[in-house]
Design a protein around this ligand. Structure first.
Ligand SMILES: O=C(O)CCC(=O)C(=O)O
Length: 276
């Protein structure tokens, strides 16, 4: 049995309470971080880029597409540092003091230490199945995460379009320990764990999930009706997420991590990226 919940936090809470919630649960779901205008424009840009990447004559797929779990009807497209991509990141990072507090442990007193580890977009279309539950990085001991990911939903995303699902508290060392000893290959989770699952029922346009990369999560199935290919509705039912991951340059590069980012942007300090 899984329970559908709205994970949204009360954003008027004190910064330190939000930071504490992030540490306890392994994520924060935050409303309206990116403006509707930026979401609409960025979604269009990503869908256009995907279309051109998938053309036979398109830019080399290996350069633009990262590996993704359950890859039928699902893509992970790396993003260029275009003005829209900048704008979306600025809207997220500049409005929130507490986000800076969440990121502070990564920077170890030097903001230049917070660097980009991933910059991309996730696209699923009707027909995509659930991914397996997985964590993006292993638990290597410290309480603080070494990587934090931010997923931004670019359109209204009901359950039928397969929003990201998370299992709170699974970023903790105890859970990773039992995952290592009990679970099938590479810490993937057996279905027997699913009863504890809390499903993220609906993702609104512009909301963001800020996630400790050790938290177990997955992209869920997209069962939405297919849009009409010959009309303006051809993109209806496509779920597009903009995401970036930051990490501490002072910590070792996490093993097993995908680094879904164009090579030229890998390890760029976030501060420098935002000022460009
Ligand atoms: O699609 C999502 O919401 C999550 C995707 C994901 O976690 C992955 O591809 O590793």
């Amino acid at each position: 049995m899984s329970e559908v919940q709205n994970f949204m936090v009360d954003q008027s809470s004190k910064d330190e309470d939000l930071v504490e919630t992030f540490g306890e649960k392994g994520f924060l779901k935050l409303a309206e971080l990116v403006s509707p205008k930026t979401c609409i424009q960025l979604r269009d840009l990503i869908l256009q880029n995907l279309e051109s990447t998938l053309q036979p004559s398109g830019e080399k797929c290996e350069r633009r597409l990262s590996n993704i779990r359950e890859r039928n009807h699902r893509w992970d497209l790396k993003l260029e540092a275009s003005s829209l991509v900048h704008r979306a990141m600025c809207e997220i990072l500049s409005r929130n003091d507490f986000l800076r507090s969440v990121l502070a442990p990564l920077c170890q007193c030097d903001p230049e230490n917070v660097v980009l580890a991933e910059l991309g977009s996730l696209i699923s279309e009707p027909g995509a199945k659930h991914q397996e539950w997985h964590a993006d990085s292993a638990h290597t001991g410290p309480i603080q995460p070494d990587c934090i990911c931010c997923f931004v939903t670019l359109q209204e995303t009901p359950m039928s379009m397969g929003p990201t699902q998370l299992i709170p508290w699974t970023h903790l060392a105890d859970f990773h320990e039992s995952a290592r000893s009990n679970f099938p290959p590479k810490g993937l989770m057996p279905t027997s764990v699913e009863p504890k699952t809390l499903q993220n029922g609906y993702a609104a346009r512009g909301e963001a999930l800020l996630m400790d990369c050790r938290l177990y999560h997955r992209g869920s199935a997209n069962t939405h009706p297919v849009g009409d290919e010959d009309s303006d509705d051809s993109n209806v039912g496509k779920r597009v997420v903009y995401y970036f991951t930051v990490r501490s340059r002072a910590a070792p590069r996490p093993g097993g991590f995908l680094f879904a980012i164009l090579e030229k942007l890998d390890e760029m300090p976030v501060i420098g990226f935002l000022q460009n």
